[in-house]
Design a protein around this ligand. Sequence first.
Ligand code: BGC
Length: 743
Amino acid sequence: MNIQAKWIKTVPNMGEMCPEFRKVFSADKKIVKAEACVTSLGIYHMYINGAKVGDYVMTPGYTSYATRVQFQRYDVTELLCANNTVSVVVGKGWMYSALGTPPRPAVDCSNIAIKASIEITYEDGEVVVVATDDSWEIYTSKVVFSEHYDGDTIDLSADIVKLGNAILDEENKPAVIEQVGEFVAERERMIPTQLIITPKGEKVIDFGQNFAGYVEVRIKGKKGDRVVINHAEVLDKDGNFYNDNLRSAKCCMTYTLSGGEDLLKPMFTFQGFRYIRIDEYPFEEIDINNFTGVAIYSDMTRTGHFVCGNDKLNRLYSNIVWGQRSNFIDIPTDCPQRDERLGWTGDAQVFCRTAAINYDVEKFFRKWLQDVAIEQTPEGGIHGVVPTCGVNGKRIAAAWGDCTTVCSWEMYKAYGDLEMLRANYPMMKKWVEYMHGKGDEEFLWVGTYHYGDWLAMDAGYGVYIGATQTDLIASAFFAYSTAILIKAARTLGLDEDVAHYEELYKNVRAAFREAFMKDGMPVVYPKADGLATDRPVKGVTQTAIALILRFDLCEDNEREALVTRLVELIKEHDGCMTTGFVGTPYILHALSDNGRTDAAYDLLLQEKNPSWLFSVNNGATTVWEHWDSFDANGKMWSTDMNSFNHYAYGAVFDWMFGNMVGIKIRDDGPAYSKIVIEPSPNEGIGFAEASVDTRNGRVFTSWRYIDGRVRYEIELPKNTEAIVRIPGMDEKVLKGGAYVIYK
Ligand code: BGC
């Protein structure tokens, strides 16, 4: 289905002005139905007779624009009358803002384009279509500037003038497809907690929670008065407004008042922030009741819940959920604030399991994974960023490209949609073949650049890539992704592929063990030098051991020594992790899978830096990019890579849900039809409970210490079968129903 209309673009030399496309038309009979279909190159808001069409923001969403753009369909029957004005105001958005790290070339609004139709059905059966063509007119708008990272400048006092007629423009346009993903909406309203006058004398409003969205201001001032608002995630150690970590993103809203009652809010941008600094305001007194924070994110349904007897873990969980909300704005992003906010594939790979517990993310990932497939290189490579942009975004790296296999498989496990798995399968296979063809060693991936164990702490302070050999990580992921591909092939009944990739897997695993292991321990492989670097590269690292254990790259009789060494390494680091993006999601699993749930709990509950609770103790309301985004002395990690809202380390929730409370999906039980319930009660924590609303109904589990005994509750939906393993009891199989067990 396409929109029955022509692409039209704005007049030349628009500069920074966001154009309004306008059409006046009459509808002189009784309307029984009217439907609008709209898309744009840029981000649009459509109005009919002054009323906004649809409740959504950031439309038409972010896709691989070179190939496809979504359109949205709205029922507008109630908005039309005899004489109508339809108006579509469009800002640069993701399409025409220069995305990625600087230099960011200036792009103006001259190529902004729309394609829209309104199909009207009259009572007598006649159908007319008002479609974009060169009779539409172009006007200036109140949005005199808008840029994804820099914010909007809105002049509500400006006169609107006609600039000419729209220009037909069908050249080089992407395919137009109907909305596939979730809509982005205003999902939460945040009341300010306080007005702060900082030591520097700045007027700062605190919303008490880091989030992504914007601030609405209700105000009546004089025509021409200005309100200027800047955004920040944190205050510095002296309590002053701190936004150096936004890098080149200005995140500044500038409003000029109309003189009447104004409601100020951006049209085309959002910010990641907890604090705003009010730099211009027409009144001396600031009444915080006139300010409301609006959190926007994809309109996913909440599915997961968790609570336990440790308030710090509860805060961590809240931070993880807010990390997801802030970074699930149509695509999975690394962060919502600085000049990135990009679909980093590694971050999505790391977090997708957790994401699919908290929210129903099937639609969200369906769309994004389609773009991952669209942008896959002919050799099967996957860019670091999808939709890709910038030089860095084009790098192809292990653990990032593995989003193909990992996200596709996790979505299948969570929701059980075979068709989605079938659609993703060719991309998964091509990715495995890409790794197979890389470098001169057939069964290893060595010798190319990787992000490695990104932001790990074991290569020294300030070094981005951790000490684990990047080729070890790449080759381990080669094995892991091949193993996932085999499961997918088996699920899809592709027997030849199963046999073929089982053979490949055997060879990759053997080559890995030959190159990267000696006497059951990881070692540096001298023939692999992946990254020319002066950082120390070590064989035995927490991440190397975690991957080997979790990806089953060791023999069973090697496990005990490996897990013992892992525990020693943690002890040697003062009881802390040193892992980065790659090792962190697996380290607790590596411990608890191998009999050391006690050590996993110690790490989870650790409060020294680096640990999950260090940030909680330091007032974090979202998950930080660095373990030490600021340290115990209030020193910031750096200005150039220091997000306070990066969900990657929030992947720990996968362990809290799957191991602490103990709900795990079996590989042969998609959509939680077959699960394992294996709780790990902890007396110090006292109780824990979690639930997830699955395609089959709600799964709930809890444990609680009562007078030295543990009371377990389990609730299973009708079509779910659970293997239940309660410590100290025989394994049993339970089917739909509610159960209470004391032990
Ligand atoms: C992003 C990360 C991303 C990384 C690649 C960073 O700038 O914020 O989260 O995965 O680059 O290593």
